[in-house]
Design a protein around this ligand. Structure first.
Ligand code: PGA
Length: 255
């Protein structure tokens, strides 16, 4: 039985002060919520403050990216041990904005994934097709490529810890979410591939969450699909009350 996970990806939003205020409110609002893992991903500058403000709560903290080396001459980069020290337990890898705007590739996703596992972080690896790829009928081909290259070398034990976020690029920040049927179709495909490559147990336990224009109004239907294990929420996670609504409407949540 997979515990659903709802993660808020703040992208380049919120200062340290905004973060502390948000987390204080969030921890009160989700105090009695069980049956769902709740994660927020603030910018690097606010990670430590978020971790401190969420101490002794069941809110998990995620970084939005990492570098694969532990340390070195990599101006502007942040390593997995630094993220762990700041108090995060999760890290997002391969978000489509990193792929399209900052040159992230499947091989770099793969190196980052190894670094995340090496430091004991739970990776949230993002995959998904563009509109053009979908219209060409290449959705599954793209997902297969991103999974084979991105997850290359990881073990069946590791896949159990892994979170995959299926985020169709055309649904991110557009207000146009995938329908529940489209999401289930892709998630079912991803799980089948995981089964081929990592065996039934790993595939059954790996969480595959959906991302792309998730809102309080559509989370119920999306998360109600058998292979959709929660959501990665961008814009709608910035407002704490809206985020809590998404958390409490997700499958498995008990308030
Ligand atoms: P969105 O972003 O919810 O604003 O569409 C999702 C994401 O980028 O993870």
């Amino acid at each position: 039985m997979r515990t659903p996970l709802i993660a808020g990806n703040w992208k380049m939003h919120k200062t340290v002060a905004d973060t502390v205020k948000y987390v204080k409110e969030l921890r009160l609002l989700v105090r009695d919520v069980t049956g769902v893992d709740i994660v927020i991903a603030p910018p690097f500058t606010a990670l430590h403050a978020a971790a401190e403000a969420s101490r002794n709560s069941h809110i998990g903290i995620a970084a939005q990216d990492l570098h694969w080396e532990r340390e070195g001459a990599f101006t502007g980069e942040i390593s997995a041990p630094m993220i762990v020290e700041a108090g995060a337990a999760y890290v997002i890898i391969g978000h489509s904005e990193r792929r399209t705007l900052f040159g992230e590739t499947d091989p770099s996703v793969n190196r980052k994934l190894a670094a995340a596992f090496g430091a004991g972080l739970t990776p949230i690896v993002c995959i998904g097709e563009t509109l053009d790829q979908r219209e060409r009928g290449d959705t599954f081909g793209v997902l297969d490529r991103q999974i084979t290259q991105g997850l290359d070398g990881i073990t069946s034990e590791q896949v159990v810890q892994l979170v995959i976020a299926y985020e169709p690029v055309w649904a991110i920040g557009t207000g146009r979410n995938a329908t529940a049927a489209q999401a289930e179709d892709a998630h079912g495909h991803i799980r089948k591939r995981l089964q081929n490559w990592f065996g039934a147990d790993g595939a059954e336990r790996c969480r595959v969450i959906y991302g792309g224009s998730v809102k309080p109004e559509n989370i119920g239907e999306l998360a109600g699909q058998p292979d959709v294990d929660g959501a990665l929420v961008g814009g709608a996670s910035l407002d704490v009350k809206g985020f809590v609504e998404i958390v409490s409407r997700s499958r498995g949540a008990a308030v």
